[in-house]
Write a protein of this length. Structure first.
Length: 342
């Protein structure tokens, strides 16, 4: 992800849900009647980081009027490194949030927060490890220092340990700064395929990027995750948001200019060069339109992939299966018949 401080945009535009328009006749005339016009329904979606190309489809849907066409007045609210988006959603300040992965949301559900993932815009998790140029494969990282954030302990790190024999003793904290990696040729660091490799390349360092999902890591990413109450009480609004967002991603990959303009408005430190690099990587890897999405539509989640993610969490003891079932943590209702083909 891109790591730069910005000024967050205003939370939301508070618009009346209904605006009655009365058409009255004079007292002695026949009743002329009245009509009620439905206004766009307010809907707040909170992302997991500062505005960037990895959020492009949502910004595109806003910029091109897709949300408005769906009857929604959407506000996109940015997350950041110290922002607990689920806590903010649980407090009623967002309707749905972007989970970095579906694994994360299952764990949050197990922890007692009634959250359900209703769509996954990324068919692959963009998480990577980046090594120096002597590294050609994951196995080459044995014995090297690996810089990872604390959150990785509940995500990809148990998978890497089980698959490649890495140890906790190899790890050091990753502080979302590439300089420790640049300075130590015996180190590797975590990153997002679409972001940190670009920064490292710009720093003049030759590096190798290893993507987890290319080696069997099951997670979806860039989810639409909502409180159970929202899914139940605002089903039409959630369905409209998911569909318009999928259409936004299709549009963004075709011509990202409208979405990028809004991204740069929210995050003025985002460069055109970084945006272009990220979009190219999203396309190159089939992040949004590859896998099951190629035939079933953008945002799709399948029972097979949901089971693979759930089984991984159980096998690595990251969740207790007695506390959460996959049918509680996921709903395919909003994506199974969506068919927004890339």
């Amino acid at each position: 992800m891109t790591h730069s401080a910005v000024s967050p945009r205003a939370l939301t535009r508070l618009t009346a849900a209904w605006r009655p328009v009365a058409l009255a006749a004079c007292a002695l005339a026949a009743l002329a009647g009245s009509t009620t016009a439905r206004a766009d329904e307010p809907f707040v979606y909170m992302t997991n980081w500062y505005a960037q190309a990895e959020h492009g489809g949502f910004y595109q849907a806003l910029a091109t009027g897709l949300y408005k066409k769906a009857g929604l007045d959407v506000s996109l609210k940015m997350g950041g490194p110290q922002v607990n988006v689920v806590q903010i959603m649980a407090a009623g300040q967002a309707d749905c949030v972007m989970g970095s992965s579906d694994l994360q949301m299952v764990q949050i559900r197990e922890g007692g927060v009634p959250v359900t993932t209703v769509a996954a815009m990324f068919q692959k998790d963009p998480q990577v490890l980046i090594g120096h140029e002597d590294v050609k494969k994951f196995e080459d990282l044995k014995g090297k220092t690996i810089l990872i954030a604390g959150s990785a302990q509940k995500g990809f790190w148990p998978w890497l340990k089980a698959k490649y024999g890495f140890t906790d003793a190899q790890t050091r904290p990753y502080t979302f700064n590439i300089q420790p990696f640049v300075a130590d040729k015996n180190s590797a660091q975590q990153g997002y395929l679409t972001s940190e490799p670009f920064a490292i390349q710009k720093a003049g360092v030759k590096a190798t990027t290893l993507m987890f999902s290319d080696h069997g890591f099951p997670a979806y990413a860039t989810t639409v995750s909502c409180m159970d109450k929202t899914v139940k009480d605002r089903k039409k609004a959630v369905a409209a948001f998911v569909k318009a967002s999928a259409e936004g991603w299709k549009s963004y990959l075709a011509d990202p200019a409208p979405g990028n303009a809004l991204i740069k408005k929210d995050n003025p430190q985002m460069s055109d060069e970084q945006l272009a690099y990220s979009v190219a990587k999203l396309k190159e890897t089939g992040m949004i339109g590859g896998g099951d999405a190629a035939s079933q539509g953008i945002g799709v989640m399948t029972d097979a992939r949901i089971k693979a993610s759930y089984d991984f969490l159980v096998s690595t003891k990251l969740i207790d299966p007695a506390k959460v079932k996959p049918t509680e943590a996921y709903s395919t209702e909003f994506v199974k018949d969506l068919k927004v083909l890339p």
